[in-house]
Design a binder for this molecule. Structure first.
Ligand code: SF4
Length: 1772
């Protein structure tokens, strides 16, 4: 039942950056800067668009099939839910299908049908009257006009609009409560009157949007923008809403309010809607569209505990479960999963109340009228609950405990419980305390305790019994729980009504375990208010006479100002209970809280009346005068001079001390006397109350002596000087051991003691020293004499102890019972032993506690035990104070106490001692906490210093021990920091004294963790911050220089330097090893990532597969900018899948259909794959010859259903049947040992096998492949080695080689005729014939590929390709005959289009390419390195042309892309709708016109707009992407260089870089293209419409951008101008936010908020690019901005609330970039290289793509060569 995880917002809701939402709301609320009408309209439409996406299924929730049904259902829906109406109307309409039938139906029957809707009699009358009117006036048909509808009985404007909009399709705005509320929250109207709201909203929207808008607002109002607690933190329009913040803005808190959105099936339903399912279909499928599927609580069954009468009153209690932060139960965990931290909130009623005094209850109380309508329901996880009861429960809980109601999540409500004793019907509301806030007693007259009890403690059978109350003869029984109150020594008993309730809840939740119900104990009834008061009058002296007046003044001021206690507490940064105490006069601010009190006076406006000093004087006057007899025990602190009358037990020591001091007066030399004793022996009390008090009192031996007492403190010498300056007769230096425990220079104790010795020559000096420092102190000559005869404080006798116990009480007229004395003596000195002196502070604390618990003038054993006794007095006292603190104060307390201790020594000898702290060094909020503990005497404030009252706290407060233990190492580090800070300050903040870079990492967790920071003083924090800044500066300098060097090509050096820097940081590990190591490792990983990313970039051109894998490695090492960029860049180059093989040349062959691929390799293996798409699998390796030189060629042929493979090598030719695995060797052919066979080919007709030998071509007839028969060889010439062969279908054989020609033969079986050779003049290394034999390709050693046309015997050269870096080693026509693939020794394979001989692909490898061919969609290559590569033919390149491309545009659905460049077609179009981008016909200019450089595809893909050299705009309608005949209209007086089209394709803007104006043209289905307006802009560099088509931004050539309101394109109005520091070169509007991005010639990108176009303001900028940013675009979700820059990078930035962070800098193109567009999950960019290529946008997608395409993973050897410093690892 209790949530186990923080809810998150549903995935389908648009996520809004809270910072943006905050900024937007603040801006829109700004007074004095009202939103302009245009801005309002734009924002309103944006809201509607976002809501349309959030609620695509927003339709009327009432079911209907006709206007009649909707009208009746709408009337019936009053005072009930749509769900109920939908459940009822099917029966009604079955009985009464028409208005006439309804008018004539039997009234009783109708009443019966609609009874479940409530008010059924009235509703029956209403709908029958309505039906009758329709029959009478409208002939039985519901009228379709507003004016008619509103004349029907019971039909108002709202109902009429619902019917018109939903049943008649006539636009209408339905202003119901949701609509009105939201319209006001959105700032669309300020009106309350629905008619006026309708009027205001209608003006903002196109009438076509009215009906849907109405539904969307209702949906939004019901689901997210609730009336009382709008879920702003997850609201999809948060950044557009001025009311953002009316509800919780925390995501988790807000998400918890989205019950409907979390309902099971919600996402599924959404998807079905988006997939086009209609509402009716979904309902037919059983989807309850009106209600969603709601969760049900299991435990809503009622139980009754009594009968109440009809005059009962309603009330509600809050059963609030939560996770108790740091006081978990000690009980064992429960099998049902009740955690140790699960707790429930309880309140103990004040003992002074007349009813149920002292009883424990859940917070709660009666319902108030303002809690709302009893029938209003709320949807919560447990179902629908009464809103009024929930409000009452939470409100009462807030009033009783001060909890923050926003942190409470209501889970459900139990059935009401009738409580006859008070005649209440009590509804228990179950809540989960999601965000715990401090709680405490708000009104002490109402409650005495607010506390949280672990549920496990309640469940524990040991804590359970049955409570009984007997009245007369009747005994009432209830389940009871007696549990400790966490953090205190108290226990409470929960019984009665709360006990019953708790018992039932635990049982219902399945948490209860069996307990002894027969164990009866009387209920702990507390006497009623007239019982005598609890405390002794002397223990609680009445407040001073000024106090009530002061309290009343404060309270009156609070009332005047209407401020709540909590608000005041927040403004003073104090707990509410403290403020409450001041206001009620219960307590007064101590000196430590003077500042906070002044803040309170300010908040109350009282400092306007009188200066704060005068108020403070009032406070002091109000203090109760200190009366020595008020509290005779002092607790942990020592007795002071003024406590002299209460100081007992050391009478003898006091006397001795007096004597010794007097004697010293006449002594020579240093007159120093030491009082030495163990910790807790009472030295300070002896010095304070004994020496300074009693001995100087009248009649004492030192009466009349002036005296000064001090301690070394934080600045011992200064303190001593101050003390000596007062020239006292007696100087007392207590706690001398602080000289050695403080953090100070080694010489300081010596200096101090020298000065002390000097001072003792003029006076008597008495020092107090802890015994364990005796040895240390005696090493100082100045003290040696004194320590030879110290006054030693030893163990106490029983008599002394007794005096310590009883003396103080008796001194104020009280007494300690003899029993108590006995108990204490037994506790302190068991069985007659001596009391350990160390116990004195605890004894003192125990007596103080006993005093405070005493109810009479006699202190009893019960009081003593109630205080915790000797063993727990300190613990309880400290825990009581701690428990009173709120969560935040507890955290502060931890920080304060950890500052008050320090570690002395190291290793096992390290001890923890107390240390004073200056008030100014307390952490924020520390003063209030110190005040609390000081009031409990656990801390002592002495002047400006605070310290633990006694070291006993260190041993006897377990929480403090835990804190210290948990932080021991932190304490040590902090001490180092303290020392370093002191040095830094002492050296005038010299930077040289800052933490060295290498050591800073060890202090990093102190800079980032607020909890750690709280342990530091402001000076230490400043020191750390300064060191951090220093470090950042140094790193920045490093990075800057790295960038510089990078640009000069020496990147590796700098990265190495950074890596070394990181290593230095890592090497400086001294403390906190594990954290430090993490920091160091991170730095190292980042350096490695950068280095590896650079290596990947370096080899990308030659080895793209390996580069991709290295990019992935870089990203895996650390997702640095460089690593991320390299990874994303890897997706923009055509990287092949690869398979490693043995080094050496190998050759490939493939059947055209890709069903078989074969490779002949230099190691003698023939590898056969039987599916070219699955080369990673199913490879069959056949050992054809034994090792090198192996095989040199292979050919495949499909013939007669078989696949034959011929292979050749040195002295070897064989024929194989490779149809299926395993392949079969058909024949080995005799070629003669030593014959170099470099080429084999099978004739296309399947009749011949040819092999190139030395000087001849060997032939075999393979008509019987199993028995090849030799045919006469074809002779070439003696020295001519045959290197290449080709065979035509007609029997012609082409042979090439070293002869410098292509020799030809016409063959027919055994016959052969030599034809005219084709001279080449070069060695022919490769030949291929197109399938039809009409084209021949020859690869030459002369870096040349020649193409020939073949016609019969005629061969003519048709083309030559020369752009190769080395020989052509292989050549093949593609199966479709459109291209030729060439392998070159220049380490590339190339693809050239045959139609124009354009190179359409270059496929780089890391070695000479020995074979290349295309099969299916891939090009396969083999290289000298033995690697076979498969290149996806599609790759990331969409278009490649020889000339620059300047502009891109794409429609919103990403179906058509246009590219404008200097190619043969100015505007190229591509179809993106399929799997591969496909070129479309280019738009052409009408005859006689010249296209100029502009082209823009409309967002709806309906047209492409461009222009002519003469300034005409051309618009080509697109039909499936194909341009049709253009329309033309005159636009401007210059060649069109840019165009943009509005979202609806109705308006076109066209401009020229050299023009003086921008033309706006309109076009519609009926109206022709025409210019409607011009905007004066000189030399337009860039311009763009926004997504709403209401705003247009244009950059001129004078460093400006003009914003124009184009909501009426025929009458554009200038909205504002933006001034820049250089010419704007690109413009983009965010599609989802009011953001305009402008890129400039200087490489800067600036962001403006244009929510109000008449008042745009800059919100961020970046200057990462080093050259002009020419193209800009936001991603569809607005989270990324991409820019194409002249610095050859494509930049991607993440768009923050007010900044742009580089996400990636992409350099795969390598040339100046001109434009960029997001297309689906890819980014498309182009530039001067004329290539339009795409990158995957998200790094995660890139990881997937690289892994899917890598083939064989990077080898360890490759890793070693390219990655240094990181171990080899698998990357995918
Ligand atoms: S939930 Fe908040 S942010 Fe969203 S519309 Fe309502 S008030 Fe505005």
């Amino acid at each position: 039942m209790v949530p186990t995880a923080v809810p998150r917002p549903p995935a389908h809701l648009r996520v809004v950056d809270p910072a943006k939402a905050r900024a937007g709301a603040a801006r829109r609320r700004r007074t004095g800067a009202p939103e302009s009408p245009l801005a309002l309209k734009r924002r309103a439409r944006r809201i509607n668009a976002v809501l349309a996406e959030a609620y695509p299924y927003a339709v009327a929730e009432l079911d209907f099939r006709s206007p009649y049904e909707l009208l009746v259902a709408t009337v019936l829906s009053a005072q009930t839910t749509d769900v109920r109406v939908n459940a009822t109307t099917p029966r009604l309409f079955a009985a009464c299908p028409t208005p006439r039938a309804l008018a004539e139906a039997d009234e009783a029957e109708i009443q019966e049908i609609i009874r479940p809707l409530g008010f059924y009699r009235a509703k029956t009358r209403a709908i029958r009257n309505l039906a009758q009117k329709i029959v009478d006036d409208h002939d039985g048909e519901v009228p379709g006009r507003l004016e008619d509808l509103v004349t029907l009985p019971g039909v108002g404007r709202k109902t009429a609009n619902v019917v018109l909009g939903n049943a008649f399709g006539i636009p209408g705005i339905t202003v119901d409560t949701h609509f009105g509320r939201l319209a006001r929250r959105f700032g669309w109207t300020a009106e309350e009157d629905p008619v006026k709201v309708e009027r205001d909203v209608a003006a903002l929207f196109d009438p076509r949007d009215w009906t849907d808008l109405s539904q969307r607002l209702v949906y939004h109002g019901r689901r997210i923008c609730h009336s009382r607690r709008p879920a702003c933190g997850v609201c999809p329009v948060a950044d557009l809403c001025p009311s953002y913040g009316e509800g919780p803005t925390d995501t988790a808190q807000a998400a918890a309010l989205l019950k409907y959105e979390f309902a099971p099936g919600r996402e599924e339903l959404l998807e079905l809607f988006l997939a086009g399912r209609s509402r009716a279909q979904l309902q037919a499928d059983g989807w309850p569209l009106s209600s969603g599927r709601q969760l049900r609580m299991e435990d809503r069954e009622p139980w009754r505990i009594g009968q109440i009468d009809e005059n009962y009153r309603r009330s509600a209690v809050l059963i609030l479960f939560g996770a108790l932060d740091d006081l978990p139960s000690r009980a064992a965990e429960h099998a049902e999963g009740v955690g140790r931290d699960l707790d429930v909130l309880l309140v103990q009623r004040a003992a002074t109340l007349r009813s149920h005094p002292g009883q424990v209850a859940f917070p709660g109380g009666r319902l108030d009228p303002e809690d709302g309508d009893l029938h209003e329901v709320l949807s919560v996880p447990g179902g629908e609950v009464s809103a009024a009861h929930v409000r009452a429960a939470v409100r009462e809980a807030e009033e009783e405990t001060g909890l923050d109601p926003h942190g409470v999540e209501v889970l459900g409500a139990l059935a009401p419980v009738p409580l006859p004793v008070s005649n209440h019907l009590v509804t228990p509301v179950l809540g989960w305390w999601r965000d715990v806030s401090p709680v405490d007693v708000v009104d002490h007259a109402e409650s005495s305790l607010v506390f949280r009890v672990p549920v496990l403690d309640l469940i524990d059978p040991a804590n359970r019994h049955t409570a009984t109350v007997t009245r007369g003869r009747q005994t009432y029984r209830s389940p009871a729980f007696t549990v400790p109150v966490p953090g205190t020594a108290s226990t409470v008993t929960v019984w009665g009504f709360t006990g019953v309730l708790l018992d039932r809840v635990l049982t219902a939740l399945g948490w209860a375990v069996p307990w002894d119900t027969g164990r009866d104990l009387p209920a702990p009834l507390v006497p009623r208010a007239h019982d005598p008061p609890r405390r002794l009058p002397v223990a609680s002296p009445p407040p001073g006479p000024e106090r009530p007046r002061l309290a009343e003044q404060l309270s009156a001021a609070r009332r005047r100002r209407g401020l709540s206690v909590r608000a005041l507490a927040a403004s003073c940064r104090l707990p509410a209970s403290t403020i409450q105490g001041w206001l009620s006069g219960a307590h007064l601010p101590g000196p430590a809280l003077r500042e906070e009190f002044t803040a309170l006076l300010d908040a109350l406006g009282l400092t306007d009346e009188r200066p704060a000093e005068l108020w403070w004087e009032d406070v002091n006057r109000s203090r109760t005068p200190v009366r020595p007899d008020s509290t005779p025990y002092v607790g942990l602190r020592s007795y002071r001079p003024e406590d002299e009358t209460h100081f007992f037990g050391r009478t003898a020591e006091v006397a001795v001390l007096g004597e010794r001091v007097v004697r010293l007066v006449d002594a020579g030399g240093p007159r120093i006397l030491a009082v030495v004793g163990a910790s807790g022996a009472g030295k300070s009390s002896l010095l304070g109350a004994g020496l300074l008090g009693r001995l100087r009192a009248e009649g004492g031996p030192l009466h009349g002596w002036s005296a000064v007492a001090t301690t070394p403190g934080l600045d011992p010498v200064r303190r001593l000087e101050d003390a000596v300056a007062a020239t006292p007769d007696l100087l007392v230096v207590d706690q001398l051991e602080e000289l050695w425990t403080g953090a100070r220079e080694a010489e300081e104790p010596g200096r101090f003691l020298d000065r002390l010795a000097a001072a003792s020559r003029d006076r008597v000096v008495v020092v107090g020293l802890r015994a364990d420092f005796f040895g240390t102190a005696s090493r100082h000559a100045e003290l040696r004499t004194a320590l030879e005869r110290p006054v030693l404080l030893g163990a106490l006798t029983r008599e002394q102890l007794e005096r310590i116990v009883v003396g103080p009480a008796e001194a104020v007229g009280a007494r300690v019972s003899p029993d108590l004395v006995g108990v204490i003596l037994r506790d302190v000195a068991p069985r007659g032993t001596e009391a350990g002196v160390g116990l004195l502070p605890m004894l003192s604390q125990a007596m103080l506690g006993t005093w405070e618990h005493a109810r009479t003038r006699e202190l009893t054993v019960a009081d003593y035990h109630a205080a915790g006794g000797i063993t727990e007095a300190v613990e309880r006292r400290a825990e009581e104070v701690h428990a009173r603190l709120g969560p935040r104060e507890r955290e502060v307390a931890r920080a304060v106490f950890l500052r008050l201790v320090r570690v002395v020594g190291t290793g096992t000898s390290a001890t923890v001692v107390r240390t004073p702290v200056l008030r100014e060094e307390l952490p924020e909020g520390g003063a209030a906490v110190v005040e609390e503990f000081a009031r409990a005497r656990l801390l002592t404030i002495d002047r400006d210093e605070i310290q633990l009252s006694h070291e006993a706290l260190l041993d006897h407060w377990s929480r403090l021990s835990r804190w210290i233990e948990d932080s021991r190492r932190d304490l040590y580090v902090r001490q180092q920091l303290q020392r370093a800070t002191q040095m830094w300050l002492a050296n005038d903040r010299d930077p040289l004294a800052l933490i060295p870079l290498g050591q800073l990492a060890s202090f990093r967790d102190w800079t980032g963790d607020p909890r750690q920071q709280a342990l530091l003083s402001s000076a230490e924090r400043e020191y750390l911050a300064e060191s951090e800044r220093h470090y950042e500066d140094a790193l920045e300098r490093q990075k800057r220089s790295a960038r510089e060097i990078e640009r000069r090509g020496h990147v590796a050096l700098v990265l190495l330097a950074l890596a070394v820097c990181a290593a230095v940081v890592a090497g400086a590990l001294g403390v906190r090893a594990e954290r430090f190591q993490t920091v160091a490792e991170t730095a190292r990983d980042e350096a490695l990532s950068r280095q590896t990313a650079l290596e990947a970039s370096r080899i990308r051109g030659e080895s793209p597969n390996l580069a991709s894998q290295l990019s992935l490695a870089a990203y895996r090492m650390a997702p640095t900018r460089e690593g991320t960029s390299a990874l994303i860049d890897a997706t923009a180059v055509n990287a092949p899948e690869r398979w490693l093989g043995p080094d050496g040349a190998s050759r490939l062959a493939a059947l055209d259909d890709g069903s078989v691929v074969a490779r002949a390799a230099g190691d003698g293996l023939l590898s056969v794959w039987r599916d070219s798409d699955r080369l990673a699998e199913n490879r069959e390796d056949l050992a054809v010859v034994d090792g090198a030189p192996g095989l040199s060629d292979v050919d495949l042929l499909a013939v007669d259903g078989r696949v034959l493979a011929a292979v050749g090598g040195l002295g070897h030719v064989s024929l194989w049947d490779v149809t299926g695995a395993p392949a079969r060797r058909l024949a080995g052919l005799d070629v003669g040992a030593g014959t170099p066979v470099n080429a084999v080919v099978l004739s296309p007709d399947g009749r011949q096998l040819l092999a190139g030998g030395r000087g001849e071509v060997l032939r075999w007839s393979i008509e019987d492949p199993g028995a090849p028969a030799p045919l006469p060889a074809l002779a070439l010439g003696e020295d001519a080695d045959v290197l290449a062969l080709a065979a035509a279908p007609d029997g012609t054989v082409y042979a090439g080689g070293t002869s410098g020609e292509i020799t030809r033969y016409a063959t027919d079986g055994a016959r052969a005729q030599r034809l005219d050779p084709v001279p080449t003049g070069r060695v022919v290394r490769a030949l291929d014939l197109a399938d039809d034999g009409a084209r021949l390709a020859a690869g030459l050693s002369a870096r040349e590929l020649r193409l020939y046309d073949v016609e019969g015997e005629r061969v003519s050269r048709s083309g030559t390709l020369t752009d190769f870096g080395s020989w052509i080693s292989d050549v093949s026509f593609t199966p479709d005959g459109e291209a030729v693939v060439a392998a070159s020794f220049d380490q590339n394979a190339y693809v050239h289009r045959l139609s124009d001989l354009a190179r359409i692909d270059s496929l780089p490898t890391a070695a000479r390419v020995t074979s290349a061919l295309r099969v299916g969609e891939r090009v396969l290559t083999t290289s000298q390195d033995g690697t076979t590569r498969a290149w996806d033919r599609r790759g990331p390149v969409i278009h490649r042309q020889g000339e620059p491309v300047y502009q891109l545009s794409v429609d919103r659905q990403h179906t058509v892309l246009s590219a404008v460049g200097v190619g043969p077609d100015v505007v190229s179009l591509f179809d993106l709708s399929g799997e591969d981008p496909r070129p479309l016909p280019s738009p052409e200019a009408p005859p006689g016109e010249t296209l100029w450089y502009a082209g823009a595809v409309a967002p709806d893909a309906s047209l492409v707009a461009g222009g002519t050299e003469d300034g005409d705009v051309l618009v080509w309608p697109l039909d499936g992407g194909r341009p049709e005949e253009p329309e033309r209209a005159a636009a401007i007086e210059a060649g069109i260089t840019g165009a943009d089209v509005t979202t609806d394709a109705g308006t076109i803007a066209a401009w020229s870089e050299v023009g003086s104006e921008i033309a706006l043209l309109r076009r519609g289905p009926e109206a022709p293209l025409r210019r409607v307006a011009t905007i004066p802009v000189p030399g337009t560099e860039a311009a763009r419409f926004d997504a709403d088509s209401t705003l247009f931004a244009a950059a001129d050539d004078t460093n400006g951008v003009e914003l124009w309101d184009v909501s009426d394109p025929a009458a554009p109005r200038r909205a504002a101008g933006l001034a820049l520091d250089s010419v704007a070169t690109s413009i983009a509007f965010s599609p989802v936010a009011d953001l305009l991005a402008v890129g400039t010639e200087a490489g800067r990108v600036r962001l403006w908020d244009v929510a109000d176009p008449s008042d745009p303001h800059p919100v961020g900028e970046t200057s990462d690019a080093l050259s002009s940013v020419k193209g800009l675009q936001f991603s569809a979700d607005g989270t990324l901005l991409a820019g194409a820059s002249g610095d050859k990078f494509v930049w991607m930035w993440t768009v923050g609330a007010a900044d742009l962070d580089v996400y990636a800098a992409l350099s795969a193109s390598g040339d100046r970039m001109n434009d960029v567009r997001f297309v689906g999950d890819r980014l498309v960019a182009t530039g001067d290289d004329g290539v339009v290529r795409s990158w995957l946008v998200r790094a995660e997608d890139a990881v997937e793509a690289v892994c899917a395409n890598r083939g064989d993973p990077i080898t360890e050897d490759e890793w070693r060569r390219h990655v240094t410093g990181a171990p080899y690892r698998d990357l995918c």
